[in-house]
Design a protein around this ligand. Structure first.
Ligand SMILES: [Zn+2]
Length: 276
């Protein structure tokens, strides 16, 4: 699933590709992608004649901002956007097509069909599902060490599922949680309220550092992720724990091990990330 760096990269690419373009009409081939409004025909009618003004990210959501409308899109497992000339053949699993007045199209393709789109009047998106319960942005200036500690609270749950909880801190998924915990030298099953001040400081630093580096690299291309122009990210070359099972830890040389924490595949260095 694309996480913060991948979604940020998609937003930046879409900004270059679609801002200024005007929608002539919209084709919805798979109605269940459209979550709001209920009727996909209403969805399409509302979008006709609108122009894209900006594309911004909130957590793992994409906000496509138009004049007097905001489209909130989540890629979930494998959703992806691409811009094509209208004469290019439409690929399988293309579920929503935004036809522009300049004979190009923004196409939404989603093999797994888990992606969602919600359409709102500007501002309404913040008080409605799915954006209304999101936690703090880790690359925002407000994400201080104190704000991080407040978000974690005094939870006794293991730190990994707490970091995955989008109502506390947004944007982290399985890849970047494993990476940040490895960098900070913290075992993913440590109870959150057992982390010492120094460990919380290292973890906060690791989250910001890992996400910043991954955004600069254009995200990680694992499985199907590509940006809006079909380009791969490069951060997978820099991963230190995620997907590195059996490879030597870059810090100490021990072999990275894979286990399951609360149902999620989890990668740790047994020497750098001790449970006690
Ligand atoms: Zn190690």
């Amino acid at each position: 699933m694309p996480e913060l760096p991948e979604v940020e990269t998609v937003c930046r690419t879409l900004n270059d590709l679609i801002v200024g373009k005007t929608i002539a009409k919209v084709t919805v081939k798979l109605p269940r992608i459209i979550q709001h409004p209920d009727d996909p025909d209403v969805f399409s009618a509302m979008l006709e004649g609108r122009s894209f003004r900006a594309v911004e990210r909130r957590g793992k959501f994409i906000r496509l901002i138009m004049d007097n409308l905001v489209l909130v899109s989540h890629l979930r497992m494998e959703g992806r956007y691409g811009v094509y000339h209208k004469d290019e053949p439409t690929e399988l699993h293309t579920h929503v097509i935004f036809h522009f007045t300049d004979d190009t199209e923004l196409r939404y393709k989603d093999v797994r069909q888990f992606g969602t789109m919600h359409l709102f009047a500007p501002g309404e998106e913040w008080t409605s599902r799915p954006l209304n319960k999101l936690g703090i942005e880790p690359l925002d200036e407000h994400f201080t060490l104190d704000a991080f500690k407040r978000a974690l609270g005094s939870r006794s749950a293991p730190i990994k599922p707490v970091l995955l909880n989008q109502e506390l801190v947004v944007g982290l998924g399985n890849i970047y949680v494993d990476e940040a915990l490895h960098t900070a030298g913290i075992h993913p099953e440590r109870p959150t309220n057992s982390l010492k001040p120094k460990e919380l400081e290292r973890l906060h630093h690791a989250i910001v550092g890992t996400l910043t580096a991954a955004v600069e690299a254009g995200g990680s291309s694992i499985k199907s992720y590509v940006n809006g122009q079909g380009e791969m990210g490069m951060f997978q070359m820099s991963l230190k724990a995620y997907g590195m099972t059996g490879q030597p830890c870059r810090t100490c040389g021990s072999l990275i091990e894979k286990s399951v924490v609360r149902g999620r595949g989890t990668h740790i260095c047994p020497r750098c990330q001790k449970i006690k």
